[in-house]
Design a binder for this molecule. Structure first.
Ligand code: PHE
Length: 436
């Protein structure tokens, strides 16, 4: 359970959620996100669990076992592709958080104005080598954890660290009350302006649901394949979803009042929290220490999420390409370092590393969450809803009739009809076939 929370809670909640909410008008985005968590996220996480528990195999293996002689296992390969894209940009952001941790330790932001903080951050990004060095270092650390096989040990820290992270976010929320921008921030986050909703907003919200819960790429299938005890699946997954969602919302409450107080543009994009947070810490009593703890915690939250993806990919290489663990880890570390360097370099001002109006970083972010994960997820719910027999599905969902017998038909209806239709409608409206 802690491993699953460790994978789910990460930069997705604290960095990606506020940045997307900011770009998509705040409250309207939040509302869509919450709706899609219930309609798609929860059924989806349960579906991945069912696959893992039914087969005790990983992402590719579970499809091969349940549907031999078919192409379903390709869904597993899509997951690997998604993982590759995610690690490319995620490690860059993880590197940024290390840099901010260092800044907090040496109190680099004390007494600086908002403009100076922004200028310092831009200089860091534009240096090129600094973000590259940090993301490569972070990938190296991840590779070491996976190579040594100590991820279980790392996950165990989560028991202490997760409550601490929530605690510190709550401290920041209370601090938000003291900021002049408090009301404006809260209005932005909680009073929806439906005119802001476009097909892109809905797709972004859907992508974020998948991203934040680590769905659609088989990470959850792999993790659940290790669970042996019979458990009330609906309850335990409900708790994971609740924790993950609450962390995103409290991160929003911590960030948006400050965004308006320090007149940062909410549509800033991936930089949003990194421009905002140093201002908060610089003006708060004991801010330096709160800052150190905060950046330390999100760095570790990022590590536990990265490790979960890296481990899943190592597994593939070992199982499918018969590599040794050492080789698989080296191979991933090498290729991912190149990819993350490209991502970091693409953010340097004037860099030519872009396709259309997106740089490589934004492109990978969009491609993985909005497309690879969602399409993978759609295929997974279709598989669970239509391919697995009702009897077998019931057995796994209810742990042989022990829990939630009455809710089973509801679950089956949702995965057969509601979730796939919701995802399909979102895609169709995105490509303009349906107008809202
Ligand atoms: N869910 C993680 C987060 O919110 C990111 C992640 C995505 C982890 C996909 C694993 C797989 O940061």
């Amino acid at each position: 359970m802690m491993a699953i929370v460790g994978s789910a809670v990460g930069l997705g909640n604290i960095w990606r959620f506020p940045y997307l909410a900011g770009m998509n008008g705040g409250a309207a985005f939040l509302l869509l996100y919450l709706g899609l968590i219930l309609l798609v996220g929860l059924p989806m996480i349960l579906s991945e669990f069912i696959l893992g528990r039914a087969t005790h195999r990983g992402a590719v293996g579970s499809f091969k076992q349940l549907a031999p002689r078919s192409r379903w296992y390709l869904v597993g390969y899509m997951g690997v592709a998604a993982g590759f894209c995610i690690l490319g940009f995620y490690s860059v952001i993880a590197g940024w958080s290390v840099r901010f941790l260092y800044d907090a330790v040496v109190n680099a932001h004390a007494g600086l104005s908002q403009e100076e903080i922004t200028a310092g951050f831009n200089a860091f990004k534009n240096s090129g080598w600094q973000p590259i060095l940090l993301s490569t270092g972070f990938l190296g650390l991840t590779a070491l954890v996976v190579f040594k096989g100590v991820e279980k040990g790392v996950e165990r820290w989560n028991k202490i660290l997760m409550p601490l992270l929530i605690g510190i976010l709550l401290v920041l929320c209370v601090n938000s009350l003291t900021l002049e921008g408090f009301r404006e921030g809260m209005t932005f986050l909680f009073r929806p302006d439906f005119s802001k909703i476009t097909a892109n907003t809905v797709l972004d919200a859907l992508g974020q649901v998948f991203f934040t819960l680590s769905l659609g790429m088989g990470v959850m299938i792999t993790y659940s394949s290790y669970v042996v005890k019979s458990e009330n699946m609906l309850r335990s997954k409900g708790i994971v979803v609740l924790i993950d969602t609450s962390i995103a919302i409290i991160a929003g409450i911590a960030i948006f009042p400050a965004v308006f107080t320090f007149q940062i543009n909410p549509t800033e994009g991936p930089d949003l929290i990194f421009l905002t947070l140093p201002n908060i810490f610089a003006r708060m009593a004991g801010g330096q220490y709160v800052g150190i703890l905060f950046f330390l915690l999100i760095t570790i939250a990022a590590l536990t999420s990265i490790v979960s993806i890296f481990e899943m990919m190592t597994n593939y290489l070992m199982e499918e390409l018969k590599m040794t663990r050492r080789r698989a880890v080296w191979w991933l570390f090498g290729t991912l370092s190149v990819l993350s360097a490209l991502c970091a370099q693409s953010q340097v001002e004037g860099s030519g590393l872009r396709i259309g109006n997106l740089n490589v970083f934004d492109l990978l972010d969009l491609l993985s969450a909005n497309y690879l994960m969602t399409v993978g997820g759609l295929l997974i719910v279709l598989f669970v809803g239509w391919h697995i027999s009702e009897k077998r599905l019931r057995r796994v969902f209810t742990s042989n009739g022990r829990y939630n017998n009455r809710l089973f038909p509801v679950f089956r209806f949702v995965v057969r009809y509601l979730s796939p239709v919701a995802v399909a409608v979102i895609f169709l409206s995105k490509i303009g076939l349906i107008r809202g």
